[in-house]
Design a protein around this ligand. Structure first.
Ligand code: AMP
Ligand code: MG
Length: 393
């Protein structure tokens, strides 16, 4: 069955359900994992009305004017008195707003002399402090199951006092390279052979997606070898095959998978590179047959197979890291396929241009570029200055 790019992604997201179970990890190891528990606020946040500035705690209605400074409050202290009309208390960022005050005036906007402070601008009640519980109330849900944990999530987990957290177990992903011409990277290839780069790139991509890669020995383009390695690969939580899914005489991967009573969800996607992409399930395990050209393997993993690893860990809506940028040169493609092309994105992301590439086997161009143009299948040409979608590498 042939699907469009978006249909193929949707199919993966629909078929693959969270299935990894959970384990507890210490907080420093949680980054890159996916939350398997809800996280609730253990108290109000902020727990007290908290000054956002260094300055003076005031009653807004007193301003503009000259006020009497009756004391100071710093972060980690509580002011014992309260701010009366005509008074101000010097306050530091992070300190609790004293009773009676309803605003903080930045120190840059105040002129202090002795115990007086002159402020010649107005203030509004609520200026420059965060009221108690404005971010979250005690008991509020602050992070949901299925949330990928990055640096800010770790900060929130630490804030609510969690030292360890329940995360989805990491899927073990078997990587099975195929091909009679492929040798291991440590070998000296003969003139007609090439080194196995796909296992290395896939292992890196699997790791980045939160999986644990398990690279299998290269399967040769014969039934016995391919059958044996597929059997091993189906022992993992998921199987990625590279190569052997095109229309060539020795592309036997689909045929051997069929022997395992595989259910195929699609075996062709309208993308380039990577059209012959295969997705299915055998012995209860999902597998992808990724076309073997290095560019096809990388792009089909990144844009479609990766979503399966994310779904297994409980991410509800896997998203692609896309942005829009402005082309510096005109660009044409044959419509009908969603096309990914090696590209160079400027440092600030504002402009992009297609990189020189000699096709989807060009590992040099793939390694040198820093992004991919995403040419949508309906459009044929773009002028310099047009916006285009860009997939980050
Ligand atoms: P295939 O999809 O098996 O027809 O392979 C397509 C192209 O990708 C051929 O030029 C292969 O030599 C190349 N290729 C296949 N597997 C790998 C691999 N593991 N590493 C690098 N190139 C590969
Ligand atoms: Mg092959």
């Amino acid at each position: 069955m042939t699907l469009t790019f978006l249909e193929a992604r949707a199919c993966v997201c629909r078929e693959v359900k969270p299935n990894m179970g959970a384990e507890s990890v210490p907080l420093p190891d949680a980054v890159g994992r996916v939350l398997a528990q809800e996280v609730r606020a253990d108290r109000d946040y902020p727990p007290f009305p908290r000054s956002a500035r260094d300055g003076f705690a005031v009653r807004a209605a007193d301003l503009p004017g000259e006020l009497r400074v009756t004391g100071e409050v710093r972060a980690g202290e509580v002011y014992s008195g309260s701010v009366q009309p005509g008074e101000a208390v010097e306050i530091m960022t992070g300190a609790p707003l004293p009773d009676g005050a309803d605003a903080v005036v930045m120190i840059e906007h105040a002129i202090r002399s002795g115990d007086r402070v002159h402020i010649d601008r107005t203030a509004k009640s609520g200026d420059n402090f965060n009221p108690r519980a404005i971010e979250a109330r005690h008991g509020d849900l602050v992070l949901s199951r299925g949330k990928p944990i990055g640096f800010a999530e770790v900060a929130l987990l630490a804030t609510v006092g969690l030292q360890s957290v329940s995360v989805a177990r990491q899927p073990r992903v078997a990587i099975l390279p195929t091909g009679d011409e492929i040798v291991e990277p440590g070998e000296q290839p003969q003139a007609h052979q090439i080194r196995n780069s796909n296992a290395a790139s896939l292992a890196a991509q699997v790791r980045r997606a939160g999986g644990v890669p398990q690279i299998l020995p290269i399967a040769r383009d014969n039934s016995a070898s391919t059958r044996m390695q597929i059997q091993r690969g189906l022992e993992a939580d998921m199987l990625l095959l590279s190569g052997g899914v095109s229309a060539g005489k020795y592309d036997i991967v689909e045929k051997i998978l069929a022997e395992f009573a595989a259910e195929f969800f699609f075996d062709r996607v309208l993308i380039q590179p990577g059209q012959p992409l295969v997705f299915g399930r055998a012995q209860g395990k999902f597998f992808f047959g990724l076309p073997g050209n290095p560019g096809s393997t990388m792009i089909t993993f990144e844009t479609i197979a990766r979503a399966a690893i994310e779904r297994m860990q409980g991410i509800a809506d896997p998203a692609l890291p896309l942005l829009r940028s402005r082309l510096t040169k005109p660009f044409r493609h044959k419509p009908g396929l969603t096309r990914f092309l090696t590209a160079n994105l400027s440092a600030d992301g504002s402009t992009v241009e297609a990189a020189t590439s000699h096709g989807s086997g060009d590992v040099v161009s793939l390694a040198r570029c820093n992004a991919f143009l995403l040419a949508d299948p309906e459009r044929e040409s773009w002028d310099a200055g047009d916006d285009i979608q860009v997939l980050l590498k």
